[in-house]
Design a protein around this ligand. Structure first.
Ligand code: PRX
Length: 632
């Protein structure tokens, strides 16, 4: 039997100990949370040994994700609301029951088949937060197609590179996306992306008509509504092997090329399903609102899969926190009696900035649990969230995890774990974190270092799409037989974990992971740029801002401004990579071996000009003085 929700810390500790000491037995029982068309005989077959690295969960079992999210609930919950949709404009909203969603998903499963999409084919989704996005995701899982969602804020070039890498057969988009009262031309972006080389794998584009705005259809284009009108509604869920690919999600690495993180079917769904119920203390009448976009892993696991597989109502919000006014989140909470509200520190910080006035127009009395994800939450923002938004009644679960981890790994259990503002507290069941110093030596008890995870867990990524070697190198080569997170962490004397941020060249801007090397590569492509170095610096709202040091080519006579370079980057990556500061300079601090000393650039960008640490290996220390003067 799967374990019951821990009501006390001693119950949590006991179950946790068992999950670590007897992982096979523990996960064998937890696997029963899902419906299997063919039961598994073994839960866990994992080894991180370099010569025998493999991660397999429930490997001889078969199941289907859409069956678990929909069909499984039809006997009891067919009329229950599955999704409440709130449009960008407050006058637009609708909802769909589990029964209706099942029907729409089945129809779209048939649409996919009619376009020749078969099990294992990749389908790229470039969509706003609309109900159809959920329909399309679930329909892919129903027939065994592998979805790869590209966040709508990415540029046509970034979309094209993800299409190229995944060799997708189909792209699904909408004519526009509406955010903050503005229309974003998603379909035009797709057209531009498909005009770029390497995108010929795409045979069709399905467009959802989000608004009546005029849309020009190309040769490969088909309207979603036309296809759906002609589709049959009977589409049996394809039995999938637990280790069959479920989705690819591209995320930033630290080497300039986005990584296609690959998740598989059984382990991922189990992890999303179990963490959701236990961490958020979900009840049968909960209304769960996660504000993340489906283009990110949080949207996958806690807008769609974890929520629907538990038969819980999920809220999908198309808009932004401050449109039409700063009270929008609170209005939506009251409108739908939201019980669980899960958001990002950057949104909390921007609302703190807007003053407390906006909290007066709502009661938020329906709230029971608050959650935070995406970046470290500072204690002051945590307290504001707890005291003002939740009126001191609702626990705040600060959940630490990553695209690669599939679901939450370090977190409080709502209503059970004693909280410390700013700490993600303790590991979830089956998760064995450790803190190691730069020599790989494990730090026992209190101390800081790099965070690694020792044991395998069901929801973890299995590979990087078509690049398993990079997968092994990135996550399993830094520390012996452990998963390397790339995050720094402090464990206090009470055993609480405090995530301190990335220790690699990835920066976290408004909760979005950005690879500094990717921005540098784009900047270096500019005809006037000779070299660049991009680092993060502390930013009041975004958590980290993007600081670009740029050396211009003296031979090129064209005048290039910071704004030109910003536009250049936004066009090639997307708005999320907007440069906050551009620092034109003549030299970068380099070691004798020619490596840029990023540690120094980070400190200078953060306004720290004194304690720069060891600069004895610098080729030319005068560069530092020049940079300091320029900053002043
Ligand atoms: O640095 C950590 C930070 O976000 C990174 C993962 O980013 P991504 O893969 O985009 O997934 C974000 C949503 C899960 C981590 O390496 N991060 C995420 N959650 C927290 C966090 N840092 C501190 N506290 C958190 N709760």
């Amino acid at each position: 039997m799967p374990i019951a929700r821990a009501q006390t810390m001693s119950a949590y500790k006991e179950a946790y100990k068992n999950s670590i000491e007897n992982p096979e037995e523990f996960w064998f029982e937890e696997g029963k949370r899902l419906r299997w068309s063919k039961p598994y005989s073994v839960a866990r077959d994992c080894s991180y040994a370099p010569n025998n690295h493999h991660i397999q969960w429930f490997a001889d079992g078969e199941l289907n994700v859409s069956d678990n999210c929909l069909d499984r609930h039809l006997d009891n919950l067919a009329h229950k609301t599955a999704i409440i949709w709130e449009g960008d404009n407050p006058t637009e909203s609708k909802s769909i029951s589990f029964g209706e969603l099942h029907q729409q998903v089945s129809k779209f499963g048939n649409v996919l088949k009619s376009l020749g999409i078969i099990k294992g084919d990749r389908v790229v989704l470039y969509l706003p937060m609309i109900i159809e996005a959920a329909i399309v995701m679930l329909a892919c899982t129903r027939i065994g197609a592998v979805h790869s969602i590209v966040f709508g804020g990415f540029s046509p070039a970034a979309l094209a590179s993800r299409i190229q890498d995944s060799q997708a057969k189909l792209v699904i988009t909408s004519n526009v996306s509406r955010r903050g009262g503005k229309a974003i031309p998603l379909k035009d972006n797709v057209d531009q992306a498909l005009s770029l080389p390497g995108t010929d794998s795409v045979k069709n584009v399905i467009t959802i008509q989000r608004t009546q705005e005029k849309t020009t259809l190309q040769e490969k284009d088909v309207w979603y509504h036309d296809l759906m009108a002609a589709a049959e509604s009977d589409c049996p869920a394809e039995p999938m092997n637990a280790e069959d690919p479920l989705f690819i999600l591209y995320t930033s690495g630290s080497t300039g090329k986005p990584k296609g993180v690959l998740h598989t079917t059984g382990g991922y769904l189990l992890h999303a399903n179990m963490t959701f119920e236990h961490i958020f203390a979900i009840e049968s009448d909960s209304v769960f609102w996660c504000t993340a976009d489906i283009g990110w892993i949080t949207g996958h696991s806690y807008v769609i899969y974890g929520v629907l597989s538990n038969g819980c109502t999920t809220v999908m919000f198309e808009g932004v926190p401050t449109y039409p006014q700063a009270d929008r989140f609170w209005q939506v909470i009251d409108k739908y009696n939201v019980t669980h509200f899960y958001t990002a520190p950057t949104a909390i910080r921007s609302l703190i900035r807007a003053g407390d006035e906006h909290l007066r127009t709502s009661s938020r009395d329906s709230l029971k649990v608050l959650g935070s994800v995406g970046e470290p939450i500072d204690p002051a923002s945590w307290r504001w969230f707890h005291k003002l938004v939740g009126k001191g009644r609702c626990p705040v679960v600060d959940t630490w995890w990553q695209t690669e981890t599939g679901g939450i790994l370090i977190t409080p259990l709502a209503e059970t774990t004693p909280l410390k503002p700013g700490s993600a507290t303790f590991p979830f069941y089956g998760i064995e974190p450790a803190i190691v110093d730069s020599n790989g030596q494990e730090i026992e008890n209190e101390g800081s270092g790099n965070l690694i995870i020792k044991q395998a867990w069901p929801g973890q990524a299995r590979s990087l799409y078509k690049d398993h070697i990079r997968f092994l190198e990135t996550y399993f080569s830094t520390y012996k037989e452990s998963y390397y997170t790339g995050d720094g962490c402090y464990r206090d004397g009470d055993g609480y974990y405090w995530i301190t941020g990335r220790v690699d060249d990835v920066i976290n801007v408004s909760g979005h992971r950005i690879d500094t090397a990717e921005i540098e590569a784009v900047l270096n492509d500019h005809p006037s740029v000779v070299e660049s170095a991009v680092v993060g610096f502390p930013h009041d709202i975004k958590g980290q801002g993007i600081y670009a040091y740029v050396i211009l080519d003296p031979q090129v006579n064209t005048v290039v401004t910071a704004s030109d370079l910003n536009t250049w980057v936004r066009q090639r990556i997307g708005v999320i990579a907007s440069l906050d500061k551009v620092h034109f300079t003549a030299n970068l601090p380099k070691t004798r071996s020619g490596k840029v000393m990023r540690r120094i650039l980070r400190k200078l960008a953060g306004g720290e000009t004194d304690n720069l640490g060891d600069i004895s290996t610098l080729l030319d220390p005068t560069v530092i003085e020049d940079l300091k003067k320029e900053i002043q």
